[in-house]
Design a protein around this ligand. Structure first.
Ligand code: R1P
Ligand code: URA
Length: 331
């Protein structure tokens, strides 16, 4: 960290740059694609006008921000790394430097626990669950009876939370319109397929809460994948989308609260609010792992899916309207 930070509640330097993502007003567009991987971020930015971003910042905490235009519309790609907590840093700090409504799409990889969705598919989830390890299940003070009766289960699953329906439909359309037929040679003769309305689970571990087993840790997860399929109809597992949807809801509740005279709001009102600081979210997930066959995608296949999905997400974002959009300035 080079600059002096001014506010312990929400640390920023004198230029307005945030503590971890490190960007300031004017550097981040209202339409953002967030990814976990810096190479993917650069592949997406290669679709920008002129073939590159016009603004780039790599923060000391490994957040990479690339801003440019796609068909003349300002777009930002932010590579954040992995997991729930980086989404919290990313979304709160980007919200702080962007005026007006935001649309945020996560373009990530995931594993499929649904036999009908193989590697090579690109899915658009509508609903996401949060799946976390129940830490107390493993605590020495938890009794064998609590574990045996199911009073305490080793993994917790939240209520489902939807992304924005219009964004979901737009993403799916953009993918369908650009299916890369030529890529079929790399996917056993079948062209990669897009699938909409998928039910996703976002987990707090790539390993235990995604049902990967280990002899080195006690994870109590041997039947977790079956439980997630049977109780919740979950098809895909990754590590960020639920938190993105949750924080957008939380931002929209705060907006509705500000707008409401009484102060108190209920979730339904928040979801329909048209506040100028509304956040709408969507997600596209490329299937990298097939948890039934244990197959994993090859680097060439990753490249093909990222090119297809990356361009489709840019097309979709550029086509979506943002009411009262503020003019974006590079700088
Ligand atoms: C785990 O390998 C990572 O891959 C998925 C998961 O959500 C997790 O972040 O997404 P990304 O490819 O976008 O990182
Ligand atoms: N990302 C995940 O989180 N899980 C997988 O199985 C593959 C990619």
């Amino acid at each position: 960290m080079k600059e002096v930070l001014l506010d312990a509640n929400f640390p920023r330097d004198a230029t307005g740059a945030t503590y971890h993502v490190g960007t300031r007003p004017g550097q981040v567009a209202n339409r953002i694609i967030t990814v976990g991987d810096q190479l993917r971020a650069r592949r997406i930015a290669a679709h920008f006008d002129g073939g590159a971003a016009s603004f780039e910042f790599q923060s000391q905490r490994s957040f990479l921000t690339l801003t440019g235009t796609f068909k003349g519309v300002p777009l930002t790609v932010v590579s954040v790394g992995m997991g729930f907590s980086v989404i919290d840093f990313f979304l709160r700090e980007c919200r702080a430097v962007v005026e007006g409504e935001m649309i945020i799409v996560r373009l990530g990889s995931c594993g499929s626990i649904d036999p009908s969705i193989p590697i090579g598919s690109v899915v658009v989830p509508l609903t996401s669950y949060g799946i976390t390890r129940e830490y107390d299940y493993f605590h020495p003070l938890t009794t064998a009876e609590e574990r045996a009766t199911g009073a305490m289960e080793p993994y917790k699953v939240t209520k489902p939370l939807d992304c924005d329906r219009e964004i979901h439909d737009s993403l799916l359309r953009a993918l369908e319109e650009s299916t890369p037929e030529a890529a079929k040679a790399h996917f056993g003769g079948v062209a990669p397929r897009s699938v909409g309305e998928v039910v996703n689970g976002s987990t707090d571990s790539f390993y235990s809460s995604q049902g990967r087993t280990s002899i080195d840790f006690l994870d109590a997860n041997a039947n977790l994948i079956d439980v997630l399929r049977q109780r919740h109809s979950i098809s895909t597992l990754e590590m960020e989308t639920f938190v993105l949807n949750h924080l957008a809801l939380s931002a929209n509740l705060a907006s509705a609260n500000r707008a409401s005279e009484s102060g108190a709001v209920v979730a339904d009102e928040a979801l329909t609010t048209n506040d100028s600081r509304r956040i709408r979210t969507g997600a596209v997930q490329m299937i990298f792992a097939n948890r039934h066959t244990s197959a994993f995608i090859t680097p060439e296949e990753v490249h093909l899916l990222e090119d297809w999905a990356g361009k489709a997400v840019c097309e979709s974002l550029a086509s979506l309207e943002i009411p009262l959009e503020h003019t974006h300035k590079d700088g």
